[in-house]
Design a protein around this ligand. Structure first.
Ligand SMILES: [Zn+2]
Length: 512
C-alpha cells in the first residue's frame, strides 16, 4: 500500500516535471516552417561551385522551442563568378539577385547564398541580414568546417539574425554566460534545445519568415498581397483590359489615363474586393488540406509540407477563378460553393494551386519536365504581349514557352477579347522566332495532335498549367482511386511519365 503511494507520488512528479518542460515536438509536426532557398554561386561557365551544406537536423534541434521546422527548397546554381569569388560587394550581388529572381524579394522566404569569399576574404564566415531574408555563407576550403555542428551553427546563427535576433552579448534579455545560438560556447551546446532563450522565441515569432503551416489571410493581408506583389505580378505592368478583367469591370469601363491616378483607383478597387474567410470556410479548408497532406505525404512531400496559405476575394475578382499570388491560394465564395458540391474536385483544385505556388518558388526545377512535354523556351517582348492583349494568368505570367510544329516554333497564347459587355478568352497559335511573333494562324486543327497527348482538357497554352492540371488528374487516379479508362493509350503513357517526373520534382533535397 505504502509502495503504491510512493509510486503514485513519483508518477505525479514526473507528470509535473513534464508540464514544466517546454513540449518538444518532432520537426514535421511543428506549427511553423522556415522556407530556405539555397543558391550556390559558381563561375560564369558553371564551374567551381562554392562549397555548400543544408544543415537540417541540428538547425531543427536549436529551433525546437520556436516550434519551427527548416524546409530547404532544392538548391539552384547561379553562374556569377565575380560574386562567388567575393570580387564585388554584397549589395551589388543582392541587386542583381533581386533583378533576375535568384534572390527572393518576398520577406516570407529566406535566400541562403553560398560563396567562396566575401569582400575579398576567403576565410569561412556568415553574414545574415538583421531582420531581413538574405544570408551569405562561406564554408571555406574542404579542410575547414569539417564538423557538421560548425556548418549547422553558421547557417542557424545567420538565419537567427534574419529572424530578428541579435548577438547575446548585445541582448540584455539573453544571458551571455551560457551557450546560446547568438552567443559563445561549444557548437553542440549552442545548437542544443536550450540554445534558444525564451525571449528569442518571442522575437522569432514576430518575423515574417516564421510561416504558419496553415494560414487564412485577413482582409488587409489579401489586398496587400495583390497590390504589393513581391513576385512576378507588379500592378503597373497590367494592361487596361487585364485590369478590367481582374476587377470585374466591363470592357467599356473607362480608366484614368494618368498612371498614378489609375494605380490609386485600382488599389482601392482591389481593397474593396478583398474579404475574409468565415469560420465554416476555415474549418472546411482545414479538413481538406489535412486530407491532402495525409494522401500526398509519402509520394509528394512538397505538397503536404510546404505551408497552406489562403486569401479570399469577392466573387467578381478574376471571375471567381481560383489561382495563386505569391505563397497564397486565392479563393472566392463561388469557388468554395462549387468545392462543397464536389469534394474530389475541391481536392484536385487545391493540389493544382499548390503546385503553382511550388512552380513560383523553384521555376528552374520544372524546365526539364516542360521540355519533355514538348515545349521550348522563348522570349516574347512585353510590348508584344501587351499589343496582342494576352491574358496575364497569375499562375503563368509570361508567355515564354512555345511548341515545335514541323520546322517552326508556335507560341500558344490566350488573349482577352471583348464580347458585348464581357470578356472572352481566345487561344491562338502564333509563329515565333528568336526576335518576333508573327500573325496568329487562322483557326486550325494542327494543334489537335499536340493537345491530344495530354490527359487534360484545357491549359495547353502554358506548361505551368499543363503540369498543374496533370498533377490534379494524377491525384484523382492514384490517390482517390478514380478510373482512368476514358483516357487514350497515349494519354495514359503521358500520365505515367508525369507520375515518374512528379515523384522526383516534389521531394525535398537531401540535408545533413
Ligand atoms: Zn492553374
Amino acid at each position: 500500500m505504502k509502495r503504491t503511494t510512493i509510486q503514485q507520488i513519483a508518477l505525479a512528479l514526473v507528470a509535473i516535471a513534464a508540464l514544466a518542460q517546454p513540449l518538444q515536438s518532432a520537426p514535421a509536426e511543428r506549427p511553423n516552417v522556415l522556407l530556405v532557398k539555397p543558391v550556390i554561386l559558381c563561375d560564369d561557365n558553371g564551374e567551381n561551385p562554392a562549397r555548400s551544406a543544408l544543415p537540417k537536423t541540428l538547425a531543427d534541434q536549436v529551433y525546437t522551442r520556436g516550434d519551427l521546422e527548416f524546409l530547404y527548397l532544392p538548391p539552384v546554381q547561379w553562374h556569377y563568378g565575380q560574386a562567388r569569388r567575393g570580387e564585388i560587394n554584397l549589395d551589388t550581388i543582392v541587386k542583381s539577385g533581386h533583378a533576375n529572381g535568384m534572390i527572393v524579394r518576398d520577406p516570407r522566404v529566406a535566400t541562403l547564398l553560398f560563396v567562396s569569399a566575401v569582400d575579398g576574404m576567403t576565410k569561412p564566415l556568415g553574414r545574415g541580414l538583421q531582420g531581413g531574408n538574405i544570408c551569405f555563407v562561406n564554408l571555406g576550403a574542404p579542410d575547414k568546417m569539417h564538423n557538421p555542428a560548425e556548418r549547422a551553427f553558421v547557417v542557424a546563427h545567420e538565419i537567427g539574425h534574419c529572424l530578428g535576433m541579435i548577438h547575446a552579448v548585445n541582448d540584455l534579455k539573453v544571458p551571455d554566460d551560457v551557450p546560446n545560438l547568438q552567443g559563445d560556447g561549444p557548437f553542440a551546446e549552442r545548437l542544443a534545445v536550450e540554445g534558444l532563450h525564451p525571449t528569442q522565441v518571442r522575437t522569432l515569432h514576430k518575423s515574417p519568415l516564421a510561416l504558419p503551416r496553415l494560414h487564412f489571410s485577413s482582409k488587409d493581408e489579401a489586398a496587400n498581397l495583390i497590390c504589393e506583389d513581391q513576385w512576378d505580378l507588379p500592378l503597373d505592368t497590367l494592361t487596361p483590359d487585364n485590369l478590367r478583367f481582374e476587377l470585374g469591370l466591363t470592357p467599356a469601363t473607362p480608366l484614368p489615363n494618368d498612371a498614378q491616378e489609375r494605380l490609386t483607383l485600382i488599389k482601392g478597387k482591389y481593397a474593396e474586393l478583398s474579404t475574409t474567410f468565415s469560420k465554416e470556410d476555415k474549418e472546411q479548408l482545414t479538413l481538406w488540406t489535412q486530407r491532402i497532406d495525409q494522401l500526398t505525404n509519402p509520394q509528394w512531400p512538397m505538397i503536404s509540407r510546404l505551408p497552406w496559405h489562403f486569401a479570399k476575394m469577392s466573387a467578381t475578382f478574376c471571375k471567381g477563378k481560383p489561382h495563386t499570388r505569391g505563397l497564397h491560394i486565392v479563393l472566392t465564395d463561388e469557388a468554395l460553393k462549387r468545392f462543397c458540391q464536389n469534394e474530389n474536385k475541391a481536392l484536385e483544385v487545391l493540389i493544382h494551386e499548390k503546385l503553382h505556388v511550388i512552380q513560383r518558388l523553384m521555376p528552374h526545377h520544372f524546365e526539364a519536365a516542360y521540355q519533355n512535354y514538348g515545349y521550348e523556351s522563348v522570349t516574347v517582348p512585353q510590348e508584344t504581349a501587351h499589343k496582342l492583349n494576352f491574358v496575364r494568368n497569375p499562375d503563368a505570367p509570361l508567355p515564354n514557352w512555345a511548341i515545335r510544329h514541323d520546322d517552326s516554333l508556335l507560341l500558344l497564347a490566350t488573349s482577352l477579347n471583348t464580347k458585348g459587355d464581357d470578356f472572352q478568352f481566345i487561344e491562338r497559335a502564333y509563329p515565333i522566332d528568336k526576335t518576333s511573333v508573327g500573325q496568329a494562324l487562322p483557326q486550325t486543327t494542327i494543334l489537335d495532335d499536340f493537345r491530344a497527348k495530354f490527359p487534360i482538357r484545357v491549359g495547353h497554352d502554358h506548361p505551368n498549367e499543363v503540369a498543374a492540371h496533370t498533377l490534379g488528374r494524377l491525384f484523382r487516379v492514384e490517390m482517390l482511386g478514380e478510373p482512368n479508362d476514358l483516357l487514350t493509350r497515349i494519354q495514359r503513357t503521358t500520365l505515367n511519365e508525369a507520375k515518374q517526373s512528379f515523384a522526383k520534382l516534389l521531394q525535398f533535397p537531401d540535408t545533413e
